[in-house]
Design a protein around this ligand. Structure first.
Ligand code: SF4
Length: 246
């Protein structure tokens, strides 16, 4: 990746807050204190996928139609539209958030607006354009006023995510935010205790790593440094798993 562009992405996700206190202001890129390892080419992290087979494409479209017309839980009556998920249907990386927010509900796409832009920058910082991953939420419909999902809503909606995973067969899942992580891992452990380790999800035992939600990072920029650690951990885990399979 072009060094200037990489620096731009890193600054967007908060590299400039990672300088130790009491040190002179950095003159990027040489004075950034936290070392930024050389990034692999985007291709080595998420190879450009081949076209989705016709049969699989039909299954994706059928599943999407089910989600968009779903009335399994009460959220269907307050949403503008279902938010199925977006991205490469042959992606190695699956990014999972909590639920659509106001803007996502309006546009029918997960992670748009400022939080979406920050997520894009976070992914680009590890060499992953948004178009090379698949992005979805635990809940496909927006809870009113962005309240936390209720257990019965998660129970009703999780089968859709399981079917997305069965179709996608990602090599790595990245759960962003406490709500997504706790629901996927069926735990009430604090997010801080779930970070920094490889969990596994579902029947396929898909490796899963936890990090902060970009909307939280916008409110708490001091934690961007920790999010960057999570992303580097996810990237190195992905590369280790890929090398074991080859
Ligand atoms: S949240 Fe899920 S289960 Fe509930 S109505 Fe939306 S798509 Fe259906």
């Amino acid at each position: 990746m072009d060094p200037a562009r990489r620096l731009e992405y890193l600054q967007t996700i908060g590299v400039d807050v990672w300088v130790r206190r009491n040190e002179p202001a950095p003159q990027p890129p040489a004075t950034v204190v936290v070392p930024v390892p050389a990034l692999p080419s985007a291709g080595s992290v998420a190879p450009v996928a081949a076209a989705v087979p016709v049969g699989a494409e039909a299954q994706w479209e059928s599943l999407k139609a089910e989600v968009l017309s779903c009335t399994r839980c009460a959220l269907h009556s307050t949403r503008t539209q279902g938010v199925f998920g977006v991205g490469n249907r042959r992606a190695d990386w699956l990014i999972i958030g909590e639920a659509p927010g106001k803007e996502e509900d309006r546009r029918g796409e997960p992670f748009v607006g400022r939080a979406g832009q920050l997520l894009n920058a976070m992914l680009l910082a590890i060499g992953l354009p948004r178009e090379q991953v698949f992005i979805a939420n635990v809940l496909k419909s927006r809870p009113p006023d962005n309240r936390d999902p209720k257990p019965d809503e998660v129970a009703a909606c999780l089968p859709y995510l399981m079917r997305q995973i069965a179709l996608l067969r990602p090599r790595l899942m990245l759960a962003v935010g406490r709500i997504a992580a706790q629901n996927l891992l069926a735990t009430d452990m604090a997010l801080g205790r779930l970070r920094g380790q490889v969990h596994h999800f579902g029947e396929l035992n898909t490796p899963l790593i936890v990090t902060y939600h970009p909307a939280y990072l916008l409110r708490s920029p001091a934690d961007k440094r920790k999010a960057w650690e999570d992303l580097k951990f996810a990237r190195s885990t992905f590369q280790r798993l890929a090398s074991q399979e080859s």
